[in-house]
Design a protein around this ligand. Structure first.
Ligand code: GDD
Ligand code: MG
Length: 355
């Protein structure tokens, strides 16, 4: 089976981490996030993947090459200007080898999901659907495509990001398209599958099936979700064929964690990073070449490539961009984001809960 992965978004909500790195290439449990999706697709029987790229396209091929290390054949197609989700799918059509009627798997490139892809494809075939959507239930559907279904599981509407969602079932970002439906998307212009293709298919009476599933599911669109995804992968809360052994922490070869430092809660420490004495890194992502000073506490945070955190700092739910230097004794909390290359002097930022 073939798959298309949409990886052209700008990852705006993950800035500054996505200034230099596209969202699917951010490390999660030690490998680019996309690796987990590709490995899951492979395990579900996919052998050929086309990556629909736009933003920072060159980074993908430089890492994954021809895909053979993952047992896949990988193709890359780059949009000169972003074509949206539907435009991106249509733009790769000439790379597909599937015949009309064959199922093609399509994935948003920022979803961590434990759902059964094989069962979704089987449901698609059994219903002879035009499209089959993976759906999950959420408490607040406003940030998603809300997708009601009838008693037979047929999708009755698709309403993208509405203040008044029409269902608590949402589009989970994993589709099976019948090949000819891809070819019918208009070429050469911006198209949104969510706002245009799905509503139009429904209007013209085509069958869209909803495959509801309550397995692990996370849209890795903001720092909190990204940090959780990585920690869950490290600890095996969500299994990935790309993670060897689940545990409390993932340490790259060549990292140095001084004996009485503590690395826990699904934290990951990238190649060449250094965690000094008395420091605690809990549920956080410390990237390549970064340094954590003595006695610092890093909780549910990201420390970017080559960033340096001084001694005695506290970071909770914070993001420090690549190459930034945080002086000793600083406290960063509650969504703080430090831009790449910035230097924060010693004891310049404190976080107080009692004002
Ligand atoms: N090639 C290409 N070109 N890819 C794109 C483009 C583009 O112009 N725009 C976005 N993408 C990719 C992103 O990289 C991402 O992998 C995927 O399409 C979805 O874009 P997001 O920006 O992450 O959308 P979202 O999270 O706000 O909403 C989407 O996902 C939700 C589930 O997580 C929608 O599909 C919602 O309906 C859905 O509920
Ligand atoms: Mg998303």
């Amino acid at each position: 089976m073939e798959a298309i992965v949409l990886v052209g978004g700008q990852g705006t909500r993950l800035r500054p981490l996505t200034i230099g790195t596209p969202k699917p290439m951010l490390p999660a449990a030690g490998v680019p996030f996309l690796t987990h999706q590709l490995a899951r697709a492979r395990a579900a029987g996919v052998d050929h993947v086309v990556l629909a790229t736009s933003y920072r396209a060159e980074v993908f091929a430089a890492h994954f090459g021809d895909g053979s290390s993952l047992g896949l054949r990988l193709d890359y197609v780059t949009e000169r200007e972003a074509l949206g989700t539907g435009g991106g799918i249509r733009n790769v059509a000439d790379r597909l080898e599937s015949a009309p009627g064959d199922p093609v798997l399509i994935l948003n490139g920022d979803i961590l999901s434990g759902h059964d892809i094989v069962a979704q494809v089987a449901a698609h075939r059994a219903a002879r659907a035009a499209v089959t959507l993976h759906l999950v239930r959420v408490a607040d559907a406003r940030a998603f495509g809300s997708v009601p279904t009838d008693a037979e599981g047929r999708v009755t509407a698709f309403v993208e990001k509405s203040p008044e969602p029409v269902s608590d079932q949402v589009n989970a970002g994993c589709y099976v398209f019948s090949r000819e439906v891809i070819d019918a998307i208009p070429a050469g212009r911006v198209v949104s599958v969510e706002r245009e293709t799905f509503p139009e298919l429904l209007q013209s009476g085509r069958l869209i099936v909803g495959h509801v599933d309550d397995a692990y599911w996370l849209d890795v669109g903001n720092p909190a979700a990204y940090i959780k995804a990585s920690a869950d992968l490290v600890r095996g809360v969500i299994a990935s064929p790309a993670v060897d052994l689940p545990g409390e922490a993932w340490l790259a070869d060549g990292t140095e964690v001084v004996a009485d430092a503590q690395v826990c809660g699904g934290a990951s420490i990238g190649p060449g990073a250094l965690v000094q004495a008395g420091a605690r890194v809990d549920g956080s992502i410390v990237m390549t070449g970064a340094g954590i000073g003595a006695d610092s506490h890093i909780v549910r945070s990201v420390v970017g490539r080559n960033a340096q955190i001084g001694a005695g700092c506290v970071l909770v739910d914070a993001v420090v961009g690549d190459g930034a230097r945080i002086g000793a004794g600083n406290e960063l909390a509650a969504g703080a984001r430090i831009w790449p290359g910035i230097t924060v002097p010693d004891v310049a930022i404190r976080f107080s809960s009692d004002i």
